[in-house]
Design a binder for this molecule. Structure first.
Ligand SMILES: [Zn+2]
Ligand SMILES: [Zn+2]
Length: 305
């Protein structure tokens, strides 16, 4: 399973309804935390997001995305965590994140590794990877895409039996693409019994960003695009000034990148909890849009079951 839980969806300031930026991505039992605004650890408890993540990815170092780290580290220490934690961020990571780690270090008994990333980098994991992109914001800011590798095509057990290939190790070899020779001398090609490879899932996160072509690339064909929409078109000037996106701009990225779903986050405190004007503005361009709210979870299913 793959699921995103929003822990904070407000821009700059927390409000009664929204905490500052963070979300947890859960994938096959693994947890990846993206950004960690002040109070994120309490949101993690509140929404049952779990604390067993091994990675935290920071988009940038503005305080509404980072101040939750020292408190989270201290709590993890008090929970007697021993597993290492890796924290990632753009240029300046060792200085910027190092300061925050130092604040939380008193009770930290587990190793914390700081890793500086540059746009274009790919972090390889077993059956998926994390692609690092460039956002368009004040100072260095990264966007991320979690991209699963294609899965093997579907194996047809009935057809295999019909051909006289009984269940056993041969099935696995054929499934992985090998041709096999039967006792009769007939060669069975994998393609006879295995369908085409099935695409994995892609979740893209914009970080804080004004619209940029780089995001189109990182979000291309995404199953879920989490894009900031700090403002509506009514605040276009401010969006330009502060290098943020409007809801309409975020929806345009979603449409042009051909994503399946769009979740808007990093909503300015000037909008209400439901932010109907932002939703309407985005839906006029891209229908499959939701306004993220704290505690909202979004499942990310495979395109073909
Ligand atoms: Zn921000
Ligand atoms: Zn920012």
């Amino acid at each position: 399973m793959m699921q995103v839980t929003f822990l904070g969806t407000s821009a700059a300031l927390p409000t009664v309804d929204r905490n500052v930026s963070a979300f947890m991505l859960q994938r096959e039992g693994e947890l990846l935390l993206f950004d960690c605004g002040e109070g994120t650890q309490r949101q993690m408890m509140r929404y049952g997001a779990g604390f067993a993540m091994e990675d935290i990815f920071f988009s940038h170092y503005h305080s509404d995305h980072t101040l939750g780290l020292p408190g989270l580290l201290r709590s993890l220490g008090m929970m007697a965590r021993t597993a290492p934690l890796r924290i990632y961020g753009p240029r300046g990571a060792h200085k910027q994140l190092g300061q925050l780690v130092a604040l939380g270090l008193e009770r930290v008994k587990f190793p914390v590794e700081i890793i500086e990333l540059t746009p274009g980098q790919v972090i390889a994991r077993g059956d998926y990877e994390i692609q690092v992109g460039e956002a368009n914001h004040r100072g260095d800011c990264l966007a991320y895409a979690v991209v699963e590798h294609d899965r093997l095509g579907r194996f047809d057990p009935e057809l295999a039996k019909t051909l006289g290939i009984q269940e056993g190790p041969l099935w696995g070899r054929i499934h992985r693409g090998e041709s096999v020779t039967l006792e009769s001398g007939r060669v069975v090609a994998a393609a006879e019994l295995v369908g085409p490879a099935r695409p994995g899932r892609r979740v893209t996160y914009s970080g804080d960003s004004a619209p940029t072509d780089a995001m189109l690339h990182l979000a291309a064909g995404a199953d879920l695009l989490i894009h900031e929409a700090t403002f509506g078109e009514d605040e276009r000037e401010r969006a330009l000034e502060t290098m943020h996106s409007t809801a309409r701009e975020a929806a345009t990225v979603a449409m042009e990148a051909g994503v399946r779903r769009l979740a808007l986050t990093h909503i300015s405190a000037r909008y209400t909890r439901e932010a109907p004007e932002l939703l309407a503005e985005a839906k006029a361009v891209f229908e499959a849009t939701v306004i993220a709210r704290d505690g909202m979870t979004i499942d990310v299913p495979y395109r073909s079951a």
